[in-house]
Ligand binder design. Structure first.
Ligand code: SF4
Length: 331
């Protein structure tokens, strides 16, 4: 199947504190000023076949949202390649990205912050249709926007209200309608339900699945909880400290996880049948700072199976079954 997106060895980092937090080190009898950088994304590679859902999962601070923002070019990549529909967009300027904006859309974690508080909901959804000239007339654009609002569960009489007059779940529905208003081929959903009540999360996830079936776009779905992505994904990538440590088809990763971090994440999901995967000791400590990446395998300080080699050498990605990849010296 043709890929809508191919990401190769993506790298993203940021300088911290405009130099105020730079560190002094002493080397060869001289003080040297070392620039402090957050190493947020450290060589991420994956592909998304057209019409499918790829979920990127990991704890807060693992670099998954930065990966998403870099792919959609809200941030300029520091290295690697991004191919969208076969086109290398890695170095595309803002102007070159403009025609692609309607094909790549994003749904944000905080729906209220992503909606213009001074615009009525109808305008929020209609404006991209007009901007990208997807309608011949304003009344046609209005019809298209109203139709979409209805699809996401906003009633016609609510279309003239402002974002603050809606609940968090309704605001996310409006954000989804705005993203879909330009008929995108590819949608990045960055933790779209994590700010919502658990009771609302299922409704929004079901809506997102229904809309994907109806409009046939592809998703990159970002989440910190594997339980959230279980039913929505075709493929899953597990991210830890800026790297994908395991990736594969959803059913393989869920039923036969390989990486100790994936197993620990899966064991943290309550199971109705009360059955856990192979018993692993819980993960120790906190995720290390991306300012100072650990040597060797980034997970070695927390891994119950760490061996000597793990402190020194980053494990290469290996295929353990068709389409199932893992980076761990155990394999
Ligand atoms: Fe654990 Fe070593 Fe595998 Fe890293 S490479 S996950 S430290 S066993």
């Amino acid at each position: 199947m043709e890929n809508i997106l191919l990401v190769e060895n993506l790298i993203q980092s940021f300088r911290v504190g405009k130099g105020l937090l730079d560190e002094l080190t002493f080397q060869n009898g001289r003080f040297i000023r070392e620039t402090l950088r957050v190493h947020a994304v450290n060589g991420v590679s994956f592909e998304i076949p057209r019409g499918t859902v790829f979920s990127l999962v990991g704890e807060s601070g693992c670099g998954k949202s930065t990966t998403a923002r870099t792919i959609i070019k809200l941030l300029e990549p520091k290295g690697g390649r991004i191919l969208f529909q076969g086109m290398d967009i890695t170095r595309f300027s803002k102007k070159e990205m403009l025609p692609l904006r309607k094909q790549m859309q994003m749904i944000f974690q905080d729906p209220y912050a992503s909606l213009n508080p001074r615009s009525r909901v109808l305008d929020i959804v209609r404006e991209p249709i007009l901007f990208h000239r997807l309608a011949d007339t304003k009344s046609q654009a209005t019809e298209m926007a109203m139709d979409l609002l209805q699809k996401v569960g906003i009633r016609p009489e609510q279309a003239n209200r402002y974002p603050h007059q809606f609940s968090g779940g309704q605001q996310q529905r409006i954000g989804i309608a705005r993203a879909l208003s330009v008929h995108p081929q590819f949608v990045i959903a960055d933790e779209p339900v994590s700010a919502l009540d658990v009771s609302i999360q299922a409704q929004i996830l079901n809506l997102m699945m229904d809309l994907q079936k109806e409009f046939h776009f592809s998703y990159l779905f970002i989440a910190h909880n594997l339980a959230v992505v279980k039913h929505i994904s075709d493929h899953v990538g597990i991210m830890y400290l800026g790297k994908i440590v395991e990736k594969g088809r959803k059913q393989d990763v869920f039923s036969n996880p390989k990486h100790p971090y994936t197993i620990a994440l899966l064991n943290s999901i309550p199971r109705l049948e009360g059955k856990n995967l192979e018993h692993t000791p819980p993960i120790k400590g906190e995720i290390p700072s991306p300012l100072h990446l650990p040597s060797g395998c980034h997970f070695h300080e927390r891994c119950p199976y760490a061996m000597e080699i793990c402190n020194e050498v980053y494990p290469e990605e290996r295929m353990t079954a068709p389409n199932h990849w893992v980076s761990c010296h155990l394999y």
